[in-house]
Design a protein around this ligand. Sequence first.
Ligand code: SF4
Length: 778
Amino acid sequence: MKKVISGAKGLLLNRQGVLTKQLLREPGGFGLGQVPSRLKPDAITTAVCGFCSTGCGLDVHLKNGEAINLSPAKDYSVNLGMACPKGWEALTPLNAPDRATYPLLRNAAGRRERVSWSTALDAFVRNMRAVQAKHGPEACAFISTGQIPTEEMFMLGALAKFGLGMVHGDGNTRQCMATAVTAYKESFGFDAPPYTYADFEESDVIFLIGSNLCIAHPIMWERVCQNPHRPEIVVVDPRRTETAMAATRHIPLAPKSDLPFFYGLAHILLREGWIDRSFVDAHVSGLDELTAHMSAFSPERVAADTGLSEELLEETAALIHRGKRVSFWWTMGVNQSHEGVRVAQAIINLALLTGNIGRPGTGANSITGQCNAMGSRLFSNTTNLMGGHSFESPADRAKIASILQLDERNIPRQPSLAYDQILEGIRSGKIRALWVVATNTSHSWIHQSDARELLAKLDFLVVQDMYHSTETAAQAHLVLPAAAWGEKEGTFINSERRIGLLKKVHRAPGEALADFYIFKLVADAWGGLDFMKRFETPEDAFQAMSECSRGQPCDISGISGYDQLELMRGIQWPLPEGQTAERRAERRLFADGAFFTKDKKARLIFEAPRPMAEKPDADYPLLLLTGRGTSAQWHTQTRTAKSDVLRKLYSQEAYLELHPDDAALHGITSDDWVLIESKRGSMRARAFITTIVSPGQVFVPMHYAETNRLTYPSVDPYSRQPSYKACAVRIKLEAPHARRLSTRPPPAQPSTGRPSTVPPADQGETRPSTKPSSAKRP
Ligand code: SF4
């Protein structure tokens, strides 16, 4: 004790000690005001954030060329000097102890061991070729991500499909954006979110549908808060979310009753003649058919379907009618649904019927999830051929083959299987090898235990990731260590179609390489892929992407290169050659009413509502909703769990939102441990008793590793996007006396992915609960 006291005294009295230095501040320069002395930069550069699709600009503070700190960019039109906690902490995950720093290959004993890059590449090529030789080229597939730069998606798509002979590849964007893509394509003729963020500030009525904007896209919410028109903010969501609490109106419809709800609004608008007839006549097709379909959706019927009152329906329709600039924004509550495409189109229909599109403050606006989901939509070469082209079109194939200087016969004539179909392909034996890049299937895929079992069946699983510790990497035969955001350059495309630049501001650890260069190494190791050699830098790939986009709605041939993107503070697509970009410009689509269909008219599309795939019943009487937890968490938390700051901002223990009536029914009180069971699995969570959820509904954040043990594997038939937000569960008190005896949780697997201690000699088995897929050496 004496030692401790004298040590503490020493620290307090030492004027030149470590703590004193921590407190020293001085002018930081570069318009930063005062900064801690240790964080005084000698230069500043800019980059866009690598978490969500908002695409905030960040000023990265450099010392000797390395990032030491960052702050939100004040002159970037997206965020205007603001950032959410994830953005502020963007550098921290780069220094996590479980970074993948060298390739790992599973040995004969089933243990992953360190190997050289040349051994890793040899294993990649040997095993992929062996699978293709035995089972055909379709037997090897890839799953990519919305988290890497567009240039890297382009490289992977080109390499895998035009070089390695793969036919099937998809991305984790299937889990978040596929519904919006399909809806826009069918309604507008191209996947084209029409808005710019300035529309948040210019609307007088803002609908937020299945979107908890306050926490999912906090900077977009800040833009709503800057709206000077005192807008009506209408939140359509079964939960009384943070956003619903802040709104002027909350519409707590029954889960998955959105389709009858929006059809009911269309019914009233049509009945009252509250449509913009001149706009519809000039720019929209399908009004007569839509009118006939909507006649069945009387307020009386819709009230019964949605649990809302007829008065609320009438008032909501009148609100749309009175609005001069009405904008409709949606995100995962719509996209992740068994009938998400038709719901998205029901929203689009309202905007079209009322002429709320192409003008400031209007639009049918899908908000994207990941930082580069939009890049994936255009250039990943999965669902679409590069640049929004079609694999089935001979003219499109010839165009892309000519630009990339490759034999047109190397381009598949069919689009890829979707993510769920690739997994089903593993079950049937059609897919035997999988290359997973920067995503975490074993955590994030719906009906998780099934997904893990399927990955375990593969002859060869390659995971390319910045961490060796993800649930999916733990199952891999081969782990390729990748550089992260901040350790490489390229571009992201944000939700409003803005292409932003990211920079290399941090050295990748160990032997980790930018995905761009990993793809080049694979191409070299495979051999004979001369068309890949011309891409020496990411900007070379950008120029090729630009050529692929020429003449398309997403034409970016007017962007000269990275310097211009930097100078203009991002540029929204389209920018065809001959058009000039303005600095910090904010542009929306369809101001001329011309859509991308053959007749230039938008289509009104509708269909009869269908019941959700798994409804509550006598055995599983509650409906489980899932969604984002806080603004400090990101998806499977592989990155956000690495920050001490972010971890303080959310519950480390999984929790369950439970209505007081259901809690009383089950004898559960606040903070009790509860067992949640579905027909597919179970998890434990702390009870959070709240009226945020309605009776009969419960909510668990998506980020906890166990949540997807419960979810039901249904997909929208058109977009094949999984419906994460509705399945039947039951609950029971796990340990009635545990709460009183101890505040410690009962023994369970960790929920949060907090970094584990990594043995230096082996980056291998850090997650003992996840079994390796196979003991055999590939
Ligand atoms: S809102 Fe999104 S883009 Fe902006 S700082 Fe947060 S995570 Fe990054």
